[in-house]
Design a protein around this ligand. Structure first.
Ligand code: FMN
Length: 176
């Protein structure tokens, strides 16, 4: 079975991640869920249910040196939703959270990766966001941003229940 690492940063669509996991499983993926530390705090009360759903530990922290990797090897990684914070960190090669560290290394390991941002217009107006999208695309990451992907919403008008996870899963399906 193909293994998908589904990584989520702290944006409101994460409260619907169970549906995205089920959708990926229905497409034939073995899903491993990784969360930034802030996202793990938001989902604190749901973590054991999500572990049952995926059949794998939910990971959000760096392991200790010498500890074993508890997940199967990734065939693809979807970072969805990715915040402006995690997107910019990834593009700059910074590793403030465990999932971002994995995708920073994932470029060098040539793991197929897709990012679906979740940013409002105010965050998107920061010049680093466009720069980060460009850097990551040039490095081979599929960033679903702009027409056909995530289009920044006016502040306060996000619709987390309508977050288009399927666009990221479509790319993962095509790459593997
Ligand atoms: C209610 C709420 C909603 C937020 N929505 C977003 C969002 O849609 N996109 C975003 O980039 N940041 C959003 N943020 C800010 C991020 O959670 C914050 O930048 C955080 O540090 C991101 O950390 P992470 O990238 O490690 O998950 C939101 C924060 C709160 C409290």
């Amino acid at each position: 079975m193909r293994t998908l690492y589904l990584f989520c940063a702290a944006a409101p669509p994460i409260y619907h991640v169970a549906g995205a996991i089920e959708a990926a499983q229905a497409r034939g993926w073995d899903v491993c869920l990784g969360l930034t530390s802030t996202a793990a705090t938001w989902l604190h009360d749901n973590l054991s249910g999500l572990e049952t759903l995926t059949g794998h530990p939910v990971r959000s922290a760096y392991r200790m040196p010498g500890d074993e990797n508890v997940w199967p090897k990734a065939d693809a990684i979807c970072f969805a939703p990715i915040t402006a914070n995690s997107l910019n960190a990834w593009a700059l090669g910074l590793t403030p959270s465990w999932p971002v560290g994995v995708v920073v290394e994932g470029i060098g390991k040539r793991i197929p990766m897709v990012a679906l941002p979740c940013v409002n217009e105010a965050l998107a107006a920061h010049p680093q966001v466009d720069r980060s999208v460009g850097v990551l695309r040039a490095a081979g990451v599929t960033v679903l941003y702009g027409e056909g992907g995530w289009v920044p919403n006016p502040s306060g008008q996000g619709r987390p229940a309508e977050y288009p996870w399927h666009l990221a899963l479509d790319v993962a399906d095509r790459t593997v």
